[in-house]
Design a protein around this ligand. Sequence first.
Ligand SMILES: Nc1ncnc2c1ncn2[C@@H]1O[C@H](COP(=O)(O)OP(=O)(O)OP(=O)(O)O)[C@@H](O)[C@H]1O
Length: 287
Amino acid sequence: MTTPVLEARDVTMRFGGLTAVRSVDFTVNSGEIVGLIGPNGAGKTTFFNCLTGLYVPTEGTVSYKGTVLPPKPHLVTKAGIARTFQNIRLFANMTVLENVLVGRHTRTKEGLWSALLRGPGFKKAERASEERAMELLEFIGLAHKRDHLARNLPYGEQRKLEIARALASEPGLLLLDEPTAGMNPQETRTTEELVFAIRDKGVAVLVIEHDMRFIFNLCDRVAVLVQGEKLVEGTSEVVQADERVIAAYLGEPFEGDPGAAEAPESAAAEAGAVADSTPGTTKGDVQ
Ligand SMILES: Nc1ncnc2c1ncn2[C@@H]1O[C@H](COP(=O)(O)OP(=O)(O)OP(=O)(O)O)[C@@H](O)[C@H]1O
């Protein structure tokens, strides 16, 4: 049975006179991989930031497993939501293992005194954390690089390490912000497999991405934001076939348009991907 993991109700985010997100209702159910797409500046990252407590929505609520979340990032993580960022945010001069251990801190119960005195309770907790971190490194295929500095990893592996660090907080929902940005097609395919494997481990996934082929292959459901509003939501097939989505990416007006005529021209390339990634076409990955 599917149960809601994340529920955003009527979320609005204004920056002064600009409404970046407008009255968005959005649900992610257990066992789902959901995509969030939209032209540049549509409000995707702002919406993510509202979900993770980085921004306090001007209006609306965000709930995780039925409980309204406090708008504080560390409390959101503690509740069970983890995220990665558009730009890699690893501790470059720490090892691969240390980076994952940092991600475990919300799940470590040992207090300050125990850590300072390095008592038996702390050592036991430290061993357990390290074991879990190594399991995660095995899972993402980086166990053999546990002692490498993060900054020396190739780009694709740095992004994987970010995912492992996010998983270290034992989330029930993982938010990925453009996980394949800058990746080559092989790395993108590996990421796709990794996201499926994460879902199979019982973690629901919400992903923002510009690579339409990636999104439509991966997601059970896709929501389209345009000018801060949710325009369409449905299966990959439904979204790809919706003319309003293509029009929004091309910056063409359409019935009920919240203002897509102002969408940036660069979105036209992405629209090509919407149109060309319909089943049966052979267009390559788009970035
Ligand atoms: N902190 C902020 N202060 C003021 N305006 C902001 C802020 N963050 C975002 N915006 C504006 O809100 C709108 C939505 O931006 P956002 O970054 O959420 O879009 P996006 O869909 O994630 O875009 P992209 O795909 O290019 O990353 C844009 O007009 C942006 O300039």
